[in-house]
Design a protein around this ligand. Structure first.
Ligand code: SIN
Length: 325
């Protein structure tokens, strides 16, 4: 008698291996198209031009410029950096030459060098953010703006912006109203409910959110009693914050339908892929620049091979592939 269930199965053909050159690295952050998902994080790659000795800027998915403010700023008292285990504390204080110098001197040298140029801006109030956005709107070479509402190191402060959904809503709307540029809103980890802040940014018209900025922290020499930073308290970045950043990206992904740019302690292609797995569409690499200035080019260079080795045909297939309830 034949068995009730045939043991015969169709001969299986193992899935064709994916060739690295066939992997599609492109991603979209709303209207912003990126050739690959790897960006520099604001403040760690200068104005972009400083990275030219290390790699061709067009290799990066996007170059994000250090925060530009309305007026020139000198920045905070030294010391501004303090190294900690697997991390780096900073309190730089947004030093820059101001928007006039950026537009007149830097932008003409920078325009066209990156495939995508994102200018990070910060103001002391919503109107100042809007003023900066209006000034940059339509200038050749700029592809998007990132709103730094989350720097912990300025006295006149943008951290309070990032903590209050109503303030974020008003601030983002005031920017969106005056520019056609895609808007990425950079969020702080120093909040209780990051998803509610991301939701406010989305409701006001932001096209993406980037997170996390630095985690409030401090260091101290117990012998001298001296703090590691001139401002005592600053922001922690580097591998030490990666688990916090992954958790916060996941919280936003689960609650808000908006593209996420993951930031926090990425030093390798595997770190970058972890952020994509929890739902980020793109990533920014920051502190790793201080050890490996060409880290962005290295990660971009390894991405195709790494995705192909896991059978992925595109970055898109990796995004939000987390297996969790
Ligand atoms: C700084 O310039 O103090 C760092 C920038 C930031 O954390 O947003």
């Amino acid at each position: 008698m034949p068995p009730a269930v045939s043991r015969e199965t169709k001969p299986t053909t193992p899935a064709d291996p994916v060739r690295p050159e066939d992997v599609d690295l492109s991603v979209r952050l709303g209207p912003l198209e990126l050739a690959n998902p790897v960006m520099t994080a604001s403040g760690t790659a200068g104005l972009g031009l400083e990275m030219e000795p290390f790699y061709d800027l067009s290799v990066a998915g996007a170059i994000v410029v250090k925060t530009i403010t309305k007026k020139p700023r000198k920045g905070n008292p030294m010391p501004r950096l303090s190294e900690t285990p697997s991390g780096l504390l900073n309190s730089i204080g947004l030093p820059n030459k101001g928007i006039d110098a950026f537009v007149a001197k830097t932008l003409p040298r920078l325009a066209g060098k990156a495939r995508c140029l994102v200018v990070n801006i910060a103001g002391g109030c919503s109107d100042e953010f809007a003023e900066l956005a209006e000034r940059l709107d339509g200038l050749p070479g700029i592809d998007a703006l990132e709103l730094n509402i989350s720097c912990p190191n300025v006295e006149d402060g943008n951290l309070p912006f990032a903590r209050d959904p109503e303030i974020v809503r008003g601030l983002v709307k005031s920017v969106v109203d005056v520019t056609d540029l895609p808007i990425i809103t950079k969020l702080s980890p120093n909040v209780t409910d990051v998803a509610s802040i991301a939701q406010a940014a989305k409701d006001a018209g932001a096209h993406a959110v980037s997170l996390i900025n630095t985690v409030l922290g401090m260091s101290v020499d117990w012998r001298t009693g001296k703090p590691g930073l001139g401002t005592v308290i600053g922001g922690l970045s580097g591998p030490a914050v990666k688990p916090i950043a992954l958790r916060m990206c996941l919280e936003v992904k689960r609650a808000v339908d908006i593209p996420i740019v993951g930031i926090g302690g990425i030093v390798s292609v595997d770190d970058a892929l972890e952020f994509l797995t929890v739902g980020a569409t793109a990533v920014q690499i920051g502190t790793a620049h201080y050890k490996t200035p060409d880290v962005v080019a290295r990660v971009v260079g390894e991405l195709r091979e790494r995705l192909a080795s896991a059978g992925r045909r595109s970055v898109q297939e990796q995004i939000a592939s987390l297996k969790a309830p």
